[in-house]
Design a protein around this ligand. Sequence first.
Ligand SMILES: O=C(O)CCC(=O)C(=O)O
Length: 302
Amino acid sequence: MTLDAQPRTETPEPLYSNGLPIPLTPDCFGPLRPTAHHAADPATLRARLRRDGYLYLPGFLDPAGVRRLRGAYFARFPAGYLAGGTAPEDGVFSGTVPPGLPEYGVAGHPAHGFVRSATFARFVDDPRLRTLAETLLGGRAELLPRRILRHYHRGSHRASRAHVDLDYMDRMEHGGPATPAVITLWIPVGDCPGRTGPLVYLEGSHTLTPGEYEPLRDVTDRPGDRRPISHDLAWTARSLGRRWLCTDFAAGDLMVHVPQIIHASLDTTTDAMRLSADVRFVRSGHAPDPRWLRPWSADDGA
Ligand SMILES: O=C(O)CCC(=O)C(=O)O
């Protein structure tokens, strides 16, 4: 795994999630296994998703289209948010959040308008994404209307805690990890190397029973919310004896995962900001969780 170029030192700089360090050691981190989607037939794709709980598909989408989407989003921010002399497509943080910018993802914030825009709808309605989802779900599938845009800048010390998607969609049947009724597509909107804060997956964790990780929920930075498994990824790795799988994502890459796999994200510590979209498809004829039938808003509580 090459997370990013860094000088060779005795102890490499750790990565961080939710402000806590995770040592860059072989017991904590390993590489995601890529699948060459051009070469893979439907049966192979399904078998790999079943085996690993995820598919990592480098270069699945057109990188130029992904970068245009990044530019269209960052162009919505007021002056002063992006570093001077940089283009919106670069998505480089100036270090200053302009006063008066609403809370992230609520009405009035650029992310709230963007997920409701025709530009975003065109991007997620890509027939290639639907075809892939239908291949993996084994039949017709519906794109759920709640599509989340996630954007982090350095200094926020915020990232996604370790969790499984089914805890956030628990008002529907999911099927088992071998025959999922719903899948998530995670799309980095721009390059997203390790220090820009990508998604990471706990190796083989889709095969765990929920009871095996239930005790981790008792140690929490979010009392009153039992959905996150942990905000401490190093402790999660050690407690469950599994590595976090990670890669340096590039614009155009795509991840797919089943709702049973434990995943989280790393903190953004680069000037380049992390932007991603997660979209979900449900097998037709399967009643989706009703909270996922409305457009996303950061304060929708789902
Ligand atoms: O992008 C993130 O930080 C979290 C995304 C996620 O959990 C998902 O796509 O299921």
